[in-house]
Design a protein around this ligand. Structure first.
Ligand code: SF4
Length: 415
């Protein structure tokens, strides 16, 4: 099916009628028609009125110069540009939530594979820490509107690997591997130890004390009634309460995530935070500043191995899926600027948001914790963090040194 037809079929009947009427009135090229349909899909998702449905045709039809289609496009582009350029207004946006029902499937034959972070290869476009990834669970029961994992795996099934401990202990690991993340294909702790994942990872971490295993979560599930090795690091993605409420459906509240992080710290493990993805919305300064305050008042720098900052980036295929799924969300009400083969906010908005949240932390946290920008343009580093790396390898080595120092402090504390 053509892309235009696919999008057209997802639109409500009233919008379809307005589009049919529009296409019969004026001449549009095929690419203009596709652009109109994409914008209508975005407006529907943002719960904004249809532009075609509310357009005053009298303003165009007074012109008799044969350029009415082009004039319509100019008006549409200006309207959409103005909506996207402004900080998103969530105050009157109450999305219906579409939990995606999921059954659990265990896979006895599936083998574990150590993969590489999907960042582009070392270059000028992003700075990457070269995280290795291990997909011990695939698909997620949360329902974040911007999630790429949801579309990547079968929608209604969460896949867990059975005999995980044996498979992890048999996994061959190259000598240069020092940092493995398990939160790329699911939430790392949402399923707890239901499938033996956490105890398997703990055994793997004990076998490889010089490899940091990072579990990343948005969950408040208490998995801290047992001990974990010092090289198991637990991190939480945090966001502004407005974004958690409107876009990160079914996940734990900010307080719930922070309380779980405190449980983790009290249980004797290092904690990290990913303030990610930051969204440019009305109220972002106060809410992200408050996130930094809450972290700083609950954690000392020795509790924390890292704080990363980042924002939304979309590939073309994720953008297409988000438009076609039609769920109500304002996450795409943003300027989509090309960024290293993907689409993201313009650099000046990122600089403003990242600098604000970084400077909201007190000096004790800024100096005692490893801050980094996740998958971001290297030009942002000096402006935001006051430091930069010449290549990904330098970033990786500095991160490793910092993480190992924090692990060693923790090991000494435990003695
Ligand atoms: S928690 Fe992560 S994996 Fe789960 S829905 Fe949200 S973005 Fe996707």
């Amino acid at each position: 099916m053509k892309a235009a037809d696919e999008i057209f079929n997802t639109l409500p009947d009233t919008v379809k009628d307005a589009i049919r009427d529009l296409f019969s009135r004026y001449h549009f090229t095929e690419s203009q028609k596709l652009e109109i349909l994409k914008e209508e899909a975005d407006l529907r998702q943002w719960k904004e009125p249809s532009f075609a449905g509310s357009f005053d045709h009298g303003t165009l039809e007074s012109h008799q110069d044969g350029r009415t289609g082009d004039r319509y496009m100019e008006a549409l582009r200006k309207y959409m540009h103005d909506l996207r350029a402004d900080a998103t207004d969530y105050s009157s946006f109450f999305p219906s939530i579409h939990p995606r029902p999921k059954s659990r499937v265990t896979e006895p034959d599936k083998q574990l594979v150590l993969s590489r972070c999907p960042c582009p290869v070392d270059g000028e476009k992003t700075r990457c820490c070269k995280l290795r990834t291990l997909d011990v669970i695939e698909q997620c029961a949360f329902s974040c509107s911007y999630c790429s994992v949801q579309a990547f795996y079968a929608e209604n099934e969460i896949h867990a690997i059975s005999n995980i401990k044996e498979k992890l202990l048999a996994l061959e690991v190259e000598d240069d591997v020092w940092h493995i993340g398990t939160g790329q294909a699911s939430d790392s702790i949402l399923l707890g130890d239901d499938h033996g994942t956490l105890s398997g990872l703990a055994s793997f971490a004990e076998k490889h004390p010089d490899i940091i295993i990072e579990l990343k979560s948005k969950s408040a599930r208490n998995v801290f009634s047992r001990e974990y090795p010092a090289n198991m690091f637990f991190s939480w993605s945090l966001n502004a309460p407005t974004i958690i409420e409107k876009e990160e459906h079914l996940t734990a509240s900010l307080e719930g995530r922070l309380e779980n992080a405190m449980r983790c710290r009290n249980n004797g493990n290092l904690v990290g935070f990913h303030i990610h993805p930051m969204v440019y919305f009305r109220g972002w300064e106060e809410e992200y500043g408050a996130v930094a305050d809450k972290i700083s008042s609950a954690f000392a720098s020795d509790d924390l191995f890292a704080i990363s900052i980042g924002t939304l980036t979309f590939t073309k295929s994720v953008l297409k899926n988000l438009r076609l799924c039609g769920e109500e969300s304002r996450i795409l009400e943003m300027e989509l600027t090309p960024a290293a083969g993907k689409f993201s906010y313009p650099l000046d908005i990122k600089r403003k948001m990242f600098s604000h949240v970084y400077s909201s932390f007190p000096e004790s946290i800024r100096e005692g914790v490893f801050f980094y920008l996740c998958m971001e343009d290297p030009s942002l580093w000096p402006a935001v963090l006051g430091r930069e790396y010449g290549c990904d390898r330098d970033f990786e080595l500095d991160m490793k040194e910092n993480y190992m120092q924090k692990r060693d402090i923790l090991i000494n504390k435990r003695r």
